[in-house]
Design a protein around this ligand. Structure first.
Ligand code: NAD
Length: 356
């Protein structure tokens, strides 16, 4: 029997409830596909502060490093809001990504047939289908480049966008491999008509493309991409881009889907290891009430199966189960509409399990 070690960080707030719901789904997948998932809990964020005094204990990094993949809920909450920046739960998020060398952020945006009304775009656009994946570089570019203030006659400030060939190569591989698991198309989004760094991205991505001739590659300027995302999102499969453009476009793409409780994400590196978490936070306003939507967390588990554990079929199985539950009219409070059946976190998880 195949075995995988999975580190599990519930985190804070609704993280605890939604991760528990997703673990039931994982258990069912284990039974169905004859795979053993050895899960090990690790502390992160506020939960870690309460137990150890710091948001990211060494023990947590060790447990993650010894695993094949990591499941994360969400961290933070009012209880820790008065702590100084470096000691806050959210600090652990950057820290754990850095410690694990996770430089690529994968954020899918998909509009579910049953939730089409939540999408702010016109029916004629949505009906063509919205199912894309933003692959964003996470540890380089202008957010990490040299910056400063210059005091002359008039004060000025600068930030620097800089990438080296290796940084671009490694994320290009992630994008092309992801496209192979999807519909086989990569769109590199850049500003190559103006920026030298973008021109380097094009050169390098073109070169790496030679190893993935089965995948289609196209180029698009970022201003046009921002427009095309709302004009004709169906044209996109994998959108590959740098840190700053990815930051902006992934938020735009997630808005198109209309529901924060439905969107998973992954932070990965070249060797298929990754950390999987919903895009939303710990929602302290609804924590502990069994009303949070666990689907983003459950879909994060599906992403883990696809990208880290090479279990594409099982991933699709979960995605289909989620679609069936929605089609049957079950909704948590955040996506509830009149005439539907309102369910809580736990029940939503159980419904997904029942469809597997
Ligand atoms: P949030 O995403 O936690 O919540 C925003 C709104 O969406 C709230 O009204 C919340 O109830 C709702 N919501 C979020 N997820 C939901 C779900 N699964 N089901 C139903 N409703 C859901 O953002 P926030 O309120 O700005 O932040 C709360 C805390 O989370 C803060 O401490 C923040 O720093 C932290 N945070 C953590 C992460 C992370 O762990 N990756 C990300 C963002 C924010």
């Amino acid at each position: 029997m195949k075995e995988f070690n999975i580190a599990v960080m519930h985190g804070d707030g609704i993280g605890v409830e939604i991760v528990n719901a997703s673990l039931e789904v994982l258990e069912k997948i284990g039974e169905k596909y004859n795979v053993k998932f050895n899960t090990k809990n690790a502390l992160l964020g506020g939960a870690a502060i309460d137990a150890t005094g710091i948001p990211l204990p060494e023990e947590t990094i060790k447990i993650c490093k010894e695993s094949d993949a990591v499941i994360l809920g969400s961290v933070g909450g009012p209880k820790w809001d008065s702590l100084p920046g470096a000691k806050r739960p959210e600090k652990a998020l950057l820290g754990i990504r850095e410690a694990l060398g996770l430089y690529a952020n994968l954020r899918p945006a998909k509009v579910y047939e049953a939730l089409k009304d939540a999408c702010p775009l016109k029916d004629s656009i949505v009906n063509e289908g919205v199912d894309l994946l933003v692959v964003r570089e996470l540890t380089g570019g202008i957010y990490f480049g040299e910056r400063g203030r210059v005091k002359k006659d008039v004060d000025s400030a600068y930030d620097t966008e800089s990438y080296d060939v290796n940084e671009i190569k490694r994320i290009a591989h992630v994008a092309f491999k992801s496209a192979r698991q999807r519909r086989g198309k990569v769109t590199l989004v850049d500003k190559a008509n103006v920026l030298e760094s973008s021109r380097l991205w094009r050169e390098v991505v073109n070169e790496i493309h030679k190893e993935y001739t089965d995948v289609e590659l196209e180029f698009m300027y970022v201003d046009n991409a921002a427009m095309q995302l709302v004009r004709k999102p169906s044209q996109f499969d994998v959108v590959l881009t740098n840190n700053i453009f990815g930051d902006i476009l992934s938020d735009e793409a997630s808005m198109i889907t209309g529901s924060i409780g439905m969107l998973p994400s992954a932070s990965v590196r070249e060797d298929s290891f990754g950390m999987y978490e919903p895009i939303h936070g710990s929602a302290p306003d609804i924590a502990g009430k069994d009303i949070a939507n666990p689907l983003a967390q459950i879909l994060s588990v599906a992403m883990m199966l696809r990208y880290s554990l090479d279990m594409k079929e099982a991933a699709e199985d979960i995605e289909r189960a989620v679609e069936k539950v929605l089609k049957d009219g079950y909704r948590t409070a955040d996506i509830y509409a009149e005439g539907m059946k309102k369910v809580g976190t736990k029940e939503m998880g159980e419904l997904v399990v029942s469809k597997l």
